[in-house]
Design a protein around this ligand. Structure first.
Ligand code: DGT
Ligand code: CA
Ligand code: CA
Ligand code: ZN
Length: 573
């Protein structure tokens, strides 16, 4: 049975949680946690890599032992050590620990004092104000627990796009191989490339009477069959993801694809236009009275309602229907438009590869330039660079540029924006760099006005270029900090600064709506992978997905330019 990276990563991070609760050695805990991250960010399924004979122990932070464990999970579906550890710990304690603000120590304290062993019981205990009686706990913690339990419920139901990708690919491959199947397409939010996906909506066309639905429910990754009809079915996969499958006649394919791609709000807006033309539009076609006048392709469906093709990423009823009507749809950016990457880490801070390895990987992936932007000294946990080490790195980059051809390495930094808006390095060293990305990595909880002014003050520095991951959110894990993003955009525009769309699939920060706001102001965006490993350079495609959802054209994006042209844009007066 295929095991996807998401499942491998989940087993490692669960193991780390449980070991932590047991008070295991922190290095061991950290090793499993980092292995989870590494596996989750692999561009291909570990299973596939093993099938191709690749040596997983060559991955950063994965030694022989961890590589063996990955193989064990892929082969057996589970890790014996995890099972053992689960039996030693109460299962839900691990879940409780994942609530932000409740570390292993606090979970242990609640468990020991109140006998709480499940999230349900924890919720009760918080509601009955039992938690605040404990030493070191207060009303605030209780409220936080209740809030986080609520929030988790929402998150558990939506899966990050990056985790859905390999699952959808496998399923599509399976379905395409079934006898009689003609077309297989994943519609819904997945096709719109939304950052998280609620469920997969799959459309199939096939030869008459092919038993496709019966074959679908045989798929070996299915955990539960919820519905099984003749032309439709709903199942839950092992990964927890729900799949809705529909078999449609070929003549309706375009109409069905259009309908099930959504979004619902977009469909409703288009239906209104159809009604003005005295037409009816649904998943079977476009109808004038009883006559079906379109349905086989999306293009002909849209043509009948007087609209050009609208890229799926735009279909959110955020103005795309009006723009289509007016012939004013954006010419969306594509992966091939990108020439360089403006945020990457090396071993000098928390990256996993050397400067040279990163440079070669960037060249390999076809980039013309790569900015090395390691952390600055305030991020002490990863040994961020001080001026002295940064200058040394700059010398090494100069030497590397002399040595390498076909790629230019830019001298950069991801400098910390300190609490008062000053930068973590002096202006004189910052001025020697090609590129300064400034980011917040501390004091996430300042009041909105303070947080906003902190960032604006940072942009006052004449050497500041790009605001890194501008809202700090982590999808399904951390809310954005309170910040007035529109005010910051205006300030950036005033000062000749820019914003990042961080393409890490956990971040995607700016989000789609923010990108659209930036474009409307004429503020340019950098789509950067924030690569911590060579394989992370592939995150670019998630950034492109989000940028397209945000209406961005190639010209709206800084790093579609040749370095010579970009350099001029970075010059501040
Ligand atoms: P998700 O699954 O929550 O990430 O989001 P979607 O957009 O995939 O939503 P889903 O799976 O509920 O439905 C798939 C598509 O089917 C949706 O995007 C539009 C279409 N659809 C579903 N319900 C309705 C409806 O009541 N009216 C219309 N016009 N379209 C609908
Ligand atoms: Ca869906
Ligand atoms: Ca659905
Ligand atoms: Zn950062």
């Amino acid at each position: 049975m295929p095991i996807h990276n998401k499942q491998v990563a989940e087993q490692f991070s669960r193991l780390a949680d449980l070991l932590e609760i047991q008070g295991a050695n922190t290095f061991r805990v950290r090793a499993y946690r980092s292995a989870a991250q590494t596996v989750e960010s692999l561009p291909r399924d570990a299973q596939e890599m093993l099938d191709d004979g690749e040596d997983l122990s060559e991955l950063p932070g994965i030694g022989a032992d961890l590589a063996g464990k990955i193989e064990e999970i892929v082969k057996n579906g589970e890790l014996a050590l995890l099972k053992e550890t689960e039996e030693q710990t109460t299962a839900e304690l691990g879940e409780m620990m994942r609530l932000p603000g409740l570390g292993p120590k606090r979970v242990k304290a609640i468990h020991d004092a109140l006998g709480v062993e499940s999230l349900g019981r924890l919720k009760e205990a918080a509601e009955n104000h039992e938690v605040r009686q404990l030493e070191g706990f207060g009303k605030k913690t209780e409220e936080m627990i209740l809030r986080e339990i609520e929030r988790r419920k929402d998150h558990d139901q939506r899966t990050k796009l990056s985790a859905v990708d390999p699952i959808a690919r496998s399923l599509k491959q399976y379905l395409s191989g079934l006898e009689g199947v003609k077309k297989v397409v994943v519609a819904g939010s997945y096709r719109r490339r939304k950052e998280t996906v609620g469920d997969l909506d799959i459309l199939i066309t096939c030869k008459n009477d092919s038993p496709v639905v019966d074959r679908f429910v045989d798929y070996d990754e299915i955990a539960e069959v919820v519905k099984h009809g003749r032309t439709r079915s709903t199942v839950i996969l092992q990964s927890g993801l729900q799949v809705d499958l529909r078999v449609m006649p070929e003549v309706c394919y375009g109409a069905a694809l259009y309908y099930f791609t959504g979004s619902k709000a977009h469909n409703i807006a288009v239906r209104r236009i159809a009604q003005e033309r005295k037409l009816k539009i649904n998943e079977y076609g476009v109808f004038r009275g009883e006559d079906r006048i379109a349905g086989a392709t999306e293009e002909e469906v849209l043509e009948q309602v007087g609209l050009p093709f609208i890229p799926p990423e735009l279909r959110e009823n955020r103005g795309e229907v009006e723009a289509a009507k007016a012939g004013a749809l954006p010419q969306l950016i594509e992966l091939g438009d990108v020439r360089g990457n403006l945020h990457a880490h090396t071993k000098d801070s928390d990256g996993k590869y050397t400067l040279k390895q990163m440079a070669e990987a960037a060249k390999q992936s076809g980039l013309e330039y790569l900015a090395i932007t390691d952390h600055s000294k305030a991020v002490a946990a990863v040994q961020g660079l001080d001026a002295k080490r940064l200058r040394k790195q700059m010398e090494r980059i100069d030497a590397l540029n002399d040595e390498l051809s076909g790629i230019r390495i830019l001298k950069g930094i991801e400098v910390d924006i300190l609490e008062d808006g000053s930068l973590d390095l002096d202006d004189d060293v910052l001025a020697e760099l090609d590129l300064v990305v400034g980011s917040i990595h501390s004091k996430f909880d300042l009041p909105k006005k303070k947080q906003t002014e902190r960032v604006i003050r940072a942009m006052d520095h004449a050497c500041f270029h790009i605001l890194g991951h501008p809202t700090g959110r982590l999808i399904n894990a951390r809310e954005p900090y309170e910040i007035d993003i529109e005010r910051i955009m205006d300030a950036a525009l005033d000062r000749g600064c820019y914003m990042e769309l961080n393409a890490q699939p956990d971040r995607l920060d700016l989000n789609d709506a923010h990108c659209k706001l930036a474009r409307e102001r004429g503020l340019k965006v950098a789509i950067s992978t924030d690569a911590h490993a060579t394989t992370d350079l592939e995150f670019l495609r998630f950034g492109i997905d989000q940028a397209r959802r945000g209406w961005l054209e190639a010209d709206d994006v800084l790093n579609t330019r040749k370095w010579g042209d970009l350099k001029k844009l970075l010059k501040r007066d």
